[in-house]
Design a protein around this ligand. Structure first.
Ligand SMILES: NC(=O)c1ccc[n+]([C@@H]2O[C@H](COP(=O)([O-])OP(=O)(O)OC[C@H]3O[C@@H](n4cnc5c(N)ncnc54)[C@H](O)[C@@H]3O)[C@@H](O)[C@H]2O)c1
Length: 343
């Protein structure tokens, strides 16, 4: 792969123009890039042209950056992960893109997907993962440009990705994520070198300052989004699916408390209010069960990421199932009693 870094990144193709892709394309367009959009659904392409004024195309040739915002759930079951669409897009990029372009996966993906993408692209393109924390109810505060995490398959991928998102390329050239291993190597093996746990290589300490000087170079055109860089793309993948799994747990706990209150004739809202007066307690409000195409799917992505399957998350899924069952039965009873009253 070409290691030369293009400092004038201009032509951007946003792939997937749905709930997330549309504001992403708009944001990049507003930043002065030459933005095109592509979606498998022609209606979404038409809407993007009309609503945000970007050009649309079905040709993937001659772009500097490919931003992937397509759905990653099974169309027949929104709670199940599926990356077939993503892989077909990668296949098209592989056939049409120029060597050395940047592919940024912004969709939520299962652990290991980015590396697979890099291999499908035959190591010819740079691959980063920059997942979203976008929230439709408050785009102003939690939109495209809030603090996000970025990881790259290789340091050169991360460097190029950081330049595009932040205007700088502050790569974690010597980030360690297992202190014990690092200390072990540093103390015993190579006293004049630092161990890079992500590449399992030693870095000559004398080169670190030079790297950092090179990395602090600023670029004229970028998205100006604050990005938290991580040393491996797997950490970026895990961060997204674990933050949503964490949210899933919080909601499931609220659902369980609600069921507990129902079984014991306790007023849930009053108990919740009382609990939430403590500074480090925040019991959520259980609503209609954990739905949508993010939390259940992303939690399953995390559960499926390891042979060691999180027990607490599996229980949380059972709780959500019980809660939704309870709510459905209650709703049915309510409808029947209203019907009886009106008859
Ligand atoms: N919406 C959010 O709040 C949010 C927040 C964070 C992360 N995400 C993640 O972002 C991704 C997209 O979510 P979304 O909410 O925009 O979904 P969406 O369903 O609203 O939009 C997805 C778009 O991708 C298109 N698409 C599907 N397969 C395609 C293909 N093969 N080629 C081209 N286009 C294709 C669809 O037609 C659709 O327009 C998902 O991975 C989701 O988990 C979404």
């Amino acid at each position: 792969m070409s290691n030369s870094i293009n400092t004038s990144l201009k032509r951007v193709l946003v792939i997937g123009l749905g709930q997330l892709g549309l504001p992403v394309a708009k944001y990049i367009n507003d930043k002065g890039f030459d933005v095109y959009g592509y979606d498998i659904n022609s209606e979404s392409m038409r809407r993007a042209q009309e609503k945000i004024g970007i050009k649309t195309t079905t040709c993937f040739r001659n772009f500097d950056i490919y931003i992937i915002c397509i759905s990653t759930h099974n169309p027949a079951d929104i709670a199940s992960p599926q990356i077939d669409g993503l892989l077909s897009v990668i296949n098209k990029i592989s056939m049409e893109a120029n060597n050395g372009s940047l592919v940024s996966i912004e969709s939520t993906i299962p652990l290991g997907t980015s590396q697979k993408v890099f291999e499908l692209l035959e190591h010819r393109l740079h691959v980063v993962h920059a997942p979203h924390r976008w929230y439709s109810q408050d785009e102003e505060k939690y939109g495209v440009n809030q603090l996000r995490v970025i990881g790259g398959v290789n340091p050169c991928c991360l460097k190029l990705g950081s330049e595009f998102y932040t205007g700088h390329s502050k790569c974690p050239t010597h980030v360690f994520h297992d202190e014990e291993i690092v200390n072990h190597y540093n103390a015993q093996e190579e006293p004049n070198k630092t161990f890079n746990a992500s590449t399992a290589n030693f870095i000559d300490n004398s080169s670190i300052d030079n790297n950092n000087q090179m990395n602090s170079q600023a670029y004229s055109q970028s998205l100006e989004i604050p990005m938290h860089t991580v040393s491996t793309i797997e950490i970026a993948e895990l961060t997204k699916i674990i933050e949503n799994s964490h949210r899933y747990l919080q909601i499931a706990f609220a659902e369980e408390l609600y069921l507990y209150c129902q079984a014991n004739h306790i007023l849930f809202p009053e108990l919740r209010d009382a609990l939430n007066t403590k500074w480090n307690v925040e019991i959520l409000e259980p609503r209609r069960g954990i739905g949508g195409h993010c939390l259940p799917k992303d939690t399953k992505m995390f559960l499926n990421s390891s042979k060691f399957r999180s027990k607490i998350l599996q229980s949380a899924m059972e709780v959500d199932y019980l809660y939704r069952d309870f709510m459905t039965v209650r709703e049915r009873k309510l409808i029947t009693s209203v019907a009886n009253l009106t008859n």
